[in-house]
Write a protein that binds this ligand. Structure first.
Ligand code: NAD
Length: 317
């Protein structure tokens, strides 16, 4: 059977990059990108799907004979706090629809991203283990922790092959972030390259787990390629890239832009960050399907600055 992939929430920070990687892997006609709105200039197959609408997902799955679903649509951590009940409704309804459509249509594999936001005060902050107690403090984190358990339920009860990663903050030059607590670590590079000062919404010492976009996409594809028997963790895998604070990233940037200026004006997002791990233990991912990150802070900084300079069409410093 030919693989046909449906990506839900394909216009977002991760989706826009993941779709390209999946097109390279499976062929441009075998990837159906979908989101609430059409994306201008998009190359490939696109369907408008509001994932709260079960019938619409079902229709697209039938029409395109979809065999795998990547469900990326969600309201993220910081944005989700503006309307907690609506965030819960959207995050859970879309997940239930994807799980049910997948079960009813014998979808071969489903990808559901979770997040480091599932952790709260009940988990140790350094090298947080995969099996740490989950007491998330945001509605987003609650929806992801609950979603992980439903993913496992569908696997245990119906044999649906759902796979999941707890992404750290994703840093990429290809797209803009969509309202999370780690968004500052993308914005800071845009300001640095444009020669502007940066106002940070977190404290200088707010160390959080992060990952370069290239690593996050490769992790997703490697997880989905792994043999079914290798996937022993059916809630979600901790995934580590590198961890750093705003002061550390600013310090790395000043090695390239010595005049770069940062000031700190922490807002409500600092309270969210306070509950999250400083670093993540991803032994299960490493042992069960061979995960290895490639980007540390230095490599991330060099790549972000090089690519954003090209994007803004700036001559080399
Ligand atoms: P994003 O906010 O950039 O994109 C989400 C996309 O989902 C948007 O294009 C939005 O239009 C779409 N969407 C929202 N509601 C929808 C609906 N009802 N139906 C269809 N589409 C809908 O998010 P992202 O950063 O690309 O994240 C993708 C996934 O990865 C999310 O589930 C997120 O929780 C998870 N994640 C992301 C990060 C990160 O740092 N970016 C970290 C951890 C987990």
């Amino acid at each position: 059977m030919e693989t046909v992939v449906l990506v839900i929430g394909a216009n977002g920070q991760l989706g826009s990059v993941l779709v390209k990687a999946l097109q390279d892997k499976f062929g441009i006609n075998n990837v159906i990108a979908s989101d609430l709105r059409y994306r201008d200039g998009f190359k490939g197959q696109f369907e408008i799907i509001d994932a709260t609408d079960f019938e619409r997902i079902q229709e697209v799955v039938e029409t395109h004979k979809v065999t795998q679903i990547y469900h990326l649509a969600a309201i993220l951590s910081a944005k989700g706090e503006e309307h907690p009940l609506q965030t819960w409704d959207i995050n859970m309804k879309t997940l239930f629809n994807v799980l049910e459509v997948s079960r009813l249509n014998n979808i071969e594999k489903v990808f559901f991203p979770s997040s480091i936001a599932v952790f709260g005060d009940g988990a140790v902050k350094y090298e947080t283990p995969n099996t740490a107690y989950l007491d998330p403090a945001t509605v987003y984190g609650i929806s992801k922790a609950t979603g992980e358990n439903w993913a496992q339920y569908y696997f245990l009860r119906y044999g649906l092959d759902v796979r999941s990663l707890r992404y750290p903050g994703v840093i990429g030059y290809q797209s803009l972030p969509g309202g999370g607590t780690t968004d500052y670590a993308v914005d800071i590079f845009h300001k640095a390259v444009l020669g502007e000062p940066f106002q940070c919404f977190l404290n200088e010492d707010a160390t959080l787990p992060m990952i370069m976009m290239e690593d996050a996409i490769r992790a997703t594809i490697e997880l989905m390629d792994a043999p079914k028997e290798a996937i022993k963790t059916r809630t979600s895998y901790n995934l580590a890239g590198t961890s750093f604070s705003p002061a550390e990233i600013a310090n790395e940037i000043t090695k390239i832009y010595p005049d770069f200026k940062i000031e700190y004006a922490p807002d409500f997002r600092q309270q969210i960050a306070d509950k999250w791990p400083n670093s993540i233990d991803d032994t299960a991912a490493r042992e069960e399907w061979g995960w290895q990150p490639e980007f540390n802070l230095e490599a991330m900084t060099k790549t972000m600055i090089k690519e954003l300079k090209a994007y803004y069409n700036l001559i080399p410093a």
